[in-house]
Design a protein around this ligand. Structure first.
Ligand SMILES: Cc1cc2nc3c(=O)[nH]c(=O)nc-3n(C[C@H](O)[C@H](O)[C@H](O)COP(=O)(O)OP(=O)(O)OC[C@H]3O[C@@H](n4cnc5c(N)ncnc54)[C@H](O)[C@@H]3O)c2cc1C
Length: 293
């Protein structure tokens, strides 16, 4: 058997996403190496099984009917190394905290801005994750991915890829396996102090300790989705066991009993209210996947 114990069937995805909602995947597979990933890719391609990659699910909303096909988790791909020039290569399953802590310990500066962007290297790159003024595209040197049609690895300089706000021009079915980041030397304590500062600022302005997916909507040009939703009077609006955060209106928080349908209804409420009040079309940043129940 290709994956042995590293595959499970009819697996609830709520446990794999930070919103803690959503139905089951037909299968969740966790290849233990790049070779196993290629074998799995071939198996899915030959049987026409859809493949969906999930990082740490910090930007993913799974509908209540779940996902047909195979959900791929790359947590076993967690190689992490640096060279003398300060290039840091991290495999897709490395988490934001492991990578930023590694950089701090090695005295490598440049990734502090991302300390509060929870997820994996795969999710960071796929989303071109960032903060105002700094995104992955500003620090990434190379990206390696699996071309899921050919089931073969491809690598490119980041400068050859098109990057824009929360987007990178990679094929839709690309499975990112690693990224190489540029850093520069600095004092580990100074790096840690900047990371700490960034986290404190977040804690004051975002509900970081409650289940959410971060910003639900991308900011429309020249404005902030959170400001518009707040101005539409929706802070604190509830639907079932989900609500629009009182602290930051671009965040939707869930509680134990919440369903994806609750979150989707709040998304629709916000889209309609902002469109009707301000004539602005909000677009989701969160990746919505799966089927309705
Ligand atoms: C409290 C909080 C704060 C946040 N703040 C920010 C912020 O400041 N800035 C920001 O940009 N985001 C922010 N986010 C959103 C989230 O942290 C980022 O989008 C992050 O990059 C998600 O990583 P992930 O691994 O969890 O991705 P997932 O949610 O697992 O996946 C996101 C997308 O990437 C795809 N993907 C994941 N891994 C791979 C891979 N290996 N290959 C190909 N595709 C892949 C998935 O299919 C999906 O489409 C925040 C979220 C939370 C909960």
């Amino acid at each position: 058997m290709l994956l042995g114990r590293n595959v499970s069937f009819d697996e609830p995805l709520a446990r794999y996403t930070s919103l803690r909602v959503g139905g089951p995947a037909d299968a969740v597979a966790a290849p233990q190496s790049r070779e196993q990933l290629v074998e799995l890719c071939k198996l899915c391609r030959d049987r026409a099984l859809p493949l969906l990659v999930l990082g740490n699910g910090f930007n993913t909303l799974v509908r209540d009917g779940g996902v047909r096909g195979v959900v791929l988790r790359l947590h076993a791909l967690r190689g992490l190394r640096r060279d003398d020039a300060g290039l840091v290569e991290a495999e897709a399953g490395v988490t934001h905290s492991t990578l930023t802590r590694f950089c701090a310990a090695e005295g490598l500066a440049g990734l502090e801005f991302a300390v509060g962007i929870p997820g994996t290297v795969g999710g960071w790159l796929r989303m071109n994750a960032g903060v105002p003024g700094r995104e992955m595209k500003d620090v990434v040197q190379r990206v390696a991915w699996l071309d899921a049609s050919a089931c073969a690895f491809v690598e490119a300089d980041a400068s050859e890829l098109g990057w824009s706000y929360r987007h990178v021009d990679l094929p839709e079915d690309a499975v990112i396996v690693a990224g190489t980041f540029r850093t520069h030397p600095d004092d580990p304590d100074a790096i840690r102090a900047r990371m700490q500062q960034g986290m404190e600022k977040r804690r004051a302005t975002q509900p970081v300790d409650q289940p959410s997916c971060g910003s639900v909507f991308v900011n429309p040009p020249g404005d902030h989705a959170g400001r518009l939703i707040e101005a539409a009077g929706l802070k604190g609006r509830r639907q079932g066991a989900a609500r629009i955060s009182e602290l930051h209106a671009n965040f939707i928080i869930t509680e134990g009993e919440a369903r994806a349908a609750d979150v989707l209804a709040l998304i629709e409420t916000a889209v309609e209210a902002v469109r009707d009040r301000f004539g602005v079309a909000l677009e989701t940043e969160v990746r919505i996947v799966g089927e309705d129940e």
